[in-house]
Write a protein that binds this ligand. Structure first.
Ligand SMILES: C[S@@+](CC[C@H](N)C(=O)[O-])C[C@H]1O[C@@H](n2cnc3c(N)ncnc32)[C@H](O)[C@@H]1O
Length: 628
């Protein structure tokens, strides 16, 4: 169905270039040469492959248990995102310590106020010249000196150039980072020595020349945006020392490559971007992936298996969020990565796939099945699709959807109207949340559940319903209503796990819901255990019971995704240790109470029991005797 939310649109996608490109003669596909990257096979359990049909891809060279590291790659170039400019090291991407210093006071216009000073917090180490690079240590600043040296003058002017030509500052900074990488490569490995050096442990950055193997997808970018970029890059390059300068066409190509191939690095959130040629070239996307990538400190990308993988299986990663409708995933991929997903999950008939539930609308007749409309049209030309998404919408005119469980039929356009209304209501509730009106957002979201879930309008697994539960659990936690937050979080987990095949085993988002569940339940268990009443103890018992499996699942998933020695795995281990200690104490305390209760009961029983019969009287005659 076509009523999806607006996809995250690439700022430069669209325009009329796509249509022009579609008219161009299709280039003949050649099988890619893998020799440059074959070094990876010696140190990682993978084989690099390429075919006419698929292009480049990797397969497992042997059986791999979940959590096996299959790739480590250091970015050719990485940039700190604008908002983290002074808080993340521009060399290793670790947190930058700050210091306070006294400086001349400046007014709101940035003009110095004569004779006045002020104390300001600044990064511990930064470039005094451009003031555009912060470092966590002197050592990092030194190691970045060659790369930074060629960028420094241009960085100092980059803000003004970006504003003048209306191009994103990050695009200019990423190009400069690539120019820095190229210059450093030549310094480290002059001439022909620039090859992809792959090592499991101490991995060096992938050379700049390999970045140029990536597809810039230039024809999907808006022509006027490219023109502005050209003008801005011309000014930027003029400020790069001649020895490090590249030609303008190459600079535009490299900037486009960074734009369409970068990965977000999750250092303290998502505050850096990096380009990783090997991973981008060889790991294809699947909506049922068996691997996951994680960006970490040192601008390094780690890819590990999420599930057990048989030898010879293609290794895939997700490029987009997986718990969402098929069409939404495909549109997201189309707009951000410029391809129409043909993975196995997307190619399976909707009626045989969990995707029928992701934007599922319940049948109004039987209320037990969802309505299904199989999209039969094959996407032939994605260039046309990118420029005209309405082609996707037109397909539904005059078509009927059928219930999966009974003979009911309904016009697809009517279903789309239901979905559109559900999306509008969903957006309204979420906008309240964005405005910071937590209590109102909660009221709207609970009304949403009554309207769309209680009245069986949407499938319980529908993304909008599940996302509403997610927001409700977060909002209730924010409002300090922890019991309620736990109940909503439990529904999220139940739904995401229940929609089998929607997310792979050890999926990161689900791991975080388990983690939140374990954490909240443990906190509540401790709180209730401190309350000495029978009701308090009974609640504590319940929360202890729920905390443990949630933490164990979080540990299993985080170990697979981030590695067993990662800080994220340790964080769960610490909570599990705390759980054990608190639970043992609780059990001991309740046992003591049980013992003392037993003792009281025994003492009471002893007090009401008649004295034993005299030693010479037969025991069986005792009642009669005592009665007498
Ligand atoms: C991992 S790279 C592969 C590089 C490319 N095959 C080559 O050899 O140069 C990503 C590209 O592969 C294609 N691709 C990856 N996953 C895909 C999928 N699930 N469906 C369709 N195409 C996909 C897209 O063209 C995408 O831009």
């Amino acid at each position: 169905m076509a009523a999806t939310t607006e996809p995250i649109v690439d700022a430069h996608a669209g325009g009329d270039n796509g249509a022009q490109a579609s008219k161009k003669k299709k280039a003949k596909k050649v099988v890619a040469d893998n020799t440059r990257y074959q070094g990876a096979e010696a140190v990682m359990p993978i084989l690099v492959k390429s075919s006419h049909a698929k292009g480049r891809y990797v397969v497992s060279s042997k059986e791999l248990p979940a959590g096996t590291l299959v790739t480590v790659e250091k970015a050719s170039a990485a940039i700190v995102r604008n908002q983290s400019f002074v808080s993340i090291c521009h060399h290793c991407l670790k947190t930058v310590p700050s210091k306070t210093q006294t400086r001349a006071k400046v007014d709101e216009q940035g003009v110095e106020v004569a004779g006045q000073t002020e104390r300001v917090t600044v990064p511990a180490h930064s470039c005094d010249k451009c003031k555009m690079a912060a470092y966590c240590s002197e050592a990092c600043q030194r190691q970045h000196a060659v790369e930074h040296g060629v960028q420094c003058d241009a960085l100092a002017r980059s803000n003004a150039i970006a504003a003048e030509h209306r191009v994103p500052l990050e695009h200019l900074r990423s190009l400069l980072a690539l120019v820095g990488r190229r210059f450093a490569d030549d310094k480290n490995m002059p001439g022909e020595g620039v090859h992809y050096k792959y090592a499991a442990q101490d991995v060096g950055p992938t050379p700049y020349s390999h970045v140029l193997d990536l597809n810039p997808n230039r024809h999907y970018l808006d022509r006027s945006a490219i023109k502005s970029m050209q003008q801005a890059l011309k000014e930027v390059l003029a400020l790069v020392p001649e020895a490090a300068r590249i030609s303008l066409p190459e600079a535009v190509e490299a900037a486009c490559i960074f734009n369409t191939n970068h990965h977000s690095l999750m250092v303290n959130g998502q505050q850096a971007l990096g380009v990783f040629p090997f991973s981008s070239l060889y790991f294809q996307h699947s909506c049922s992936p068996n691997c996951m990538y994680v960006g970490e400190n040192g601008a390094t990308l780690y890819i590990r298996t999420l599930t057990d993988v048989a030898a010879g299986t293609e290794l895939t990663i997700p490029y987009v969020e997986l718990y969402q409708p098929r069409e939404q995933r495909r549109r997201d991929l189309l707009m951000t990565r410029h391809f129409w997903c043909k993975c196995k999950r997307c190619s399976t008939l909707l009626s045989n796939s969990v995707d029928r539930l992701m934007d599922g609308i319940q049948c109004t007749e039987c209320k037990s099945g969802v309505m299904i409309f199989e999209e039969t049209k094959e996407v032939q030309d994605i260039n046309e699709l990118i420029t005209d998404m309405s082609a996707l919408d037109q397909e539904i005119q005059g078509k009927f959807a059928e219930c999966e469980a009974c003979p009911a039929k309904i016009e697809v356009t009517k279903l789309v109207d239901v979905l559109k209304a559900a999306i509008t209501d969903y957006s309204e509730a979420h906008m309240a949340l964005q405005r910071g009106e937590a209590a109102r957002a909660r009221t709207l979201m609970e009304a949403y559940l009554r309207k769309y879930e209680d009245k069986q309008v949407l499938s319980p697994f529908n993304t909008y319903l599940v996302n509403t539960y997610i927001s409700l659990f977060q909002v209730c936690a924010q409002l300090g209503e922890v019991d309620r937050a736990i109940r909503y979080n439990a529904v999220v987990i139940e739904r995401m796990e229940g929609a089998q095949g929607a997310t792979p085993e050890n999926y990161p988002r689900l791991a975080e819901y388990h983690m939140a569940m374990g954490d909240m339940c443990l906190k509540q268990a401790k709180l209730k255990a401190a309350n000495q009443t029978p009701a308090g103890r009974s609640m504590a018992r319940k929360y202890f019971k729920d905390a443990r499996p949630a933490l164990e699942k979080a540990l299993k998933a985080r170990t697979a995704i981030y590695g067993k020695d990662s800080p994220r795995a340790y964080e769960v281990k610490r909570l599990l240790d705390e759980y054990k200690k608190e639970h043992d104490e609780f059990v001991k305390a309740t046992d003591k109470k049980k013992v003392s209760k037993k003792q009281i009961a025994a003492a009471a029983a002893a007090a009401s029991t008649p004295p034993p019969p005299p030693a010479d009287m037969p025991a069986q005659t005792q009642p009669a005797t005592s009665a007498a």
